[in-house]
Design a protein around this ligand. Structure first.
Ligand SMILES: [Zn+2]
Length: 261
């Protein structure tokens, strides 16, 4: 049984915990995994009509494919509603042979031939990913924007559509406009400190950015290109490599013990 409730204040009413109501099993199907195990947030498209519903996708997975539950963890519709459908601590079915390592996020629509997700959809995808990457410490395996990857990174598939390169940037960075209201600007900059640098802002830096005429996008870019950010990512990578090596060593040991036995 996996049960990981989520609260995502930045999404407000756009977040719907639908695990109890969606067709199929959200909690015990598939195997339960530690939250520290996932290494990637994988983006999919539903490849169906724009107005396809979560219930239709779940019915397809359960009734037509015969699965125990919906294959994704989250579905984001074109209005920007984020449906939490498969518990995060269960592996599901969305990337062949990798399901223990991924969080599956499906955007409703078919993003090929120049078709793009809606702005609301991308904004919600951004906020959801930011929450999982930076505000969910238990998910220690996903901790930087580079952990957001398209389905076809791992499998030969058209998913998540050939528009991926055009819309990726709007998931990994905010699409909001720069607020003119100073306290709103201060809050956005403070949030950037958390999201990009993983810390509270220092007073000097905060007032420097708030009083500058840089856009929020420019501030994000500056922070992302800083030495501090590079160090943060490098140490996260090291930690991740270390964990993978420990897991490999454990595996080898287990195999060795089995051979001896
Ligand atoms: Zn996919």
């Amino acid at each position: 049984m996996g049960n990981t409730p989520l609260t995502i204040p930045s999404l407000g009413n756009n977040f719907i915990d639908y695990r109890q109501r969606v067709l199929g099993d959200s909690f015990t199907w598939n195997w339960v995994r530690p939250l520290s195990q996932p290494q990637y947030l994988v983006i999919h498209h539903s490849a169906g009509p724009d107005n396809q519903t979560v219930d239709q996708i779940a019915a397809y997975h359960v009734n037509s494919r015969g699965w125990g539950g919906i294959g994704y963890h989250f579905v984001i519709d074109q209005a920007g509603k984020v449906w939490y459908v498969g518990d995060l601590s269960t592996a599901r079915a969305n990337v062949a042979n990798m399901n223990h390592l991924v969080v599956g996020i499906c955007l409703i629509g078919n993003f090929t031939a120049g078709r793009m997700p809606t702005a609301a959809q991308l904004r919600s995808a951004h906020l959801l990913c930011a929450h999982l990457l930076f505000e969910t410490p238990a998910m220690s395996g996903v901790n930087g924007w580079e952990d957001i990857v398209p389905h076809n990174k791992f499998t030969s598939t058209a998913c998540p559509g050939d528009s991926w390169n055009s819309y990726r940037g709007q998931i990994v960075s905010p699409v909001g406009t720069t607020p003119s209201n100073p306290s709103a600007r201060q809050a956005e900059v403070a949030q950037l400190y958390q999201v990009v640098l993983g810390r509270e802002p220092d007073q000097g830096g905060l007032s420097h950015y708030v009083s500058s005429n840089m856009s929020i996008e420019q501030i994000r870019k500056t922070m992302t290109e800083s030495q501090e950010h590079a160090q943060l990512i490098a140490s996260a990578r090291e930690m991740k490599d270390l964990k993978l090596r420990v897991a490999e060593a454990k595996n080898l040991l287990t195999q060795g013990v089995q051979k001896l036995g």
